[in-house]
Ligand binder design. Sequence first.
Ligand code: KG4
Ligand code: ZN
Length: 340
Amino acid sequence: MNSEKTYILAIESSCDDTAAAVLCNNVVLSNVIAAQKVHAEYGGVVPELASRAHQQNIVPVVHQAILKAGIDKRDLNAIAFTRGPGLMGSLLVGTSFAKSLALGLNIPLIEVNHMQAHILAHYIKEDGFNMPPFPFLAMTISGGHTQIVRVNSYFNMTVLGETIDDAVGEAFDKSGKILGLGYPAGPQIDKLARSGNPKAFKFTKPKVEGLNFSFSGLKTAILYFVQKETKQNPDFVSQHLNDICASIQYTIIQILIDKLKLATNETGITHVAIGGGVSANSGIRKAIKDGEQKYGWTTYIPKFEYTTDNAAMIGIAGYLKFLEGNFSNQNVMANSRLKI
Ligand code: KG4
Ligand code: ZN
């Protein structure tokens, strides 16, 4: 790659995390995240509160990222930001801030697609982590998306299949809500599942054609199951929480792995990567890794801190665009429904 040093400041504000990172070429110098606690009591992200919290967080978070990187803002070569997809009020904060700072420093502005960035996180240079060769398949699994993407090159990606209703992260979070767990429930289900029996309870997998996914039926099945069981035993959930979580997680993993198997068979591509918040899940990470032995895959599992929303992934996407001279102008607008 480039022998010169390029410093990119990256800003991510698409949902409920205000994040900033500084990269020197493909190496992360700092990666700062302010997670918004305010949503927990509502059981989900409240867009208006998220936007307001971003406004409060953005200056200190960016300041921290530059400070931790050990550079001066005048050393920056470009500013990358998340243009979408995400919540409009949240995206607007990062977009406006990035535009103003780029203008003030008189350096290029680079828009980044959040979902592409979850995939491009694999090109951050980290010891012990390999970068996938093209073409490869990426399964993006997050609170807002569930897709299988054919990645032809850094910025040429084709969506082969996606969810027709809930995202997989929502399946975790909504199931957790039914069980009385706080938001986001994904990490808690992961933890509780570790000491549970994944075959204790059986939930039917949805039948969806091709490479598309569906998760809303699973949530309903879990709701009816819990309602039925608690009618007979009011303490059912607390007595069987680990087993219920393990069984839910097992079902979700089966759904994801079945579709990935289909995608690798249909495309003949055996390099498989995952990205997005749900790729933090220990069961999913193991199941993908096991695919190496079972199905002959070569797998790429992101470093834990680059799974849930972060600005380092925006920074690497920004750096790759910088190398192509692919800049945005000051008229660029946030786009809450930006496609891959
Ligand atoms: O990528 P992300 O941080 O934000 C979006 O772009 O949506 O993903 C957040 C989602 C939430 O639904 C959260 O419950 C889920 O990722 N998540 C997990 C785990 N860690 C985060 N789900 C299952 N197991 C985990 N360990
Ligand atoms: Zn995300």
